[in-house]
Design a protein around this ligand. Structure first.
Ligand code: SF4
Ligand code: SF4
Length: 119
């Protein structure tokens, strides 16, 4: 059995980064999927998730409190930066930035997992 998903009691990346992406990923563009109503225009080419462009950051799509039970309300429609920020690398080693962020709220460091098991 694999370990439970460590992101479900973390959520720190959703309150730390400005989550910006090409505007065409939003669902008011052909083929886009990110709910446009949850985004903010940055410039001609980029949007970001609302709540991530100012301090304190907190993505509008995050449900719950970091360090408690959290989930992304648009998980299947989340933008590229969220899809490309893994808790573990392809070789199974923990993402060092995750461990940095987790330490800020007293969460234990991620452990290595088997190569190829990264979500
Ligand atoms: S473990 Fe990493 S990817 Fe998962 S929620 Fe925490 S900071 Fe984000
Ligand atoms: S879209 Fe979802 S995964 Fe991405 S920052 Fe917001 S809550 Fe987190």
């Amino acid at each position: 059995m694999s370990d439970p998903n460590p992101c479900l009691d973390c959520g720190m990346c959703c309150v730390h980064f400005r989550v910006s992406f090409y505007w065409g990923e939003a669902d008011d563009a052909p083929g886009g999927c990110v709910p446009a109503g949850l985004t903010e225009k940055l410039n001609l080419h980029l949007r970001c998730m609302q709540g991530t462009n100012a301090e304190p950051r907190r993505c509008v799509a995050l449900e719950g409190q970091p360090g408690g039970r959290v989930f992304c309300t648009i998980y299947d429609r989340r933008p590229t930066p969220c899809r490309e920020f893994p808790s573990h690398e392809a070789d199974g080693s923990p993402n060092g930035k995750c461990n940095e962020l987790r330490a800020q709220i007293g969460l234990p460091p991620l452990r290595p997992i088997a190569a190829g098991q990264a979500a």
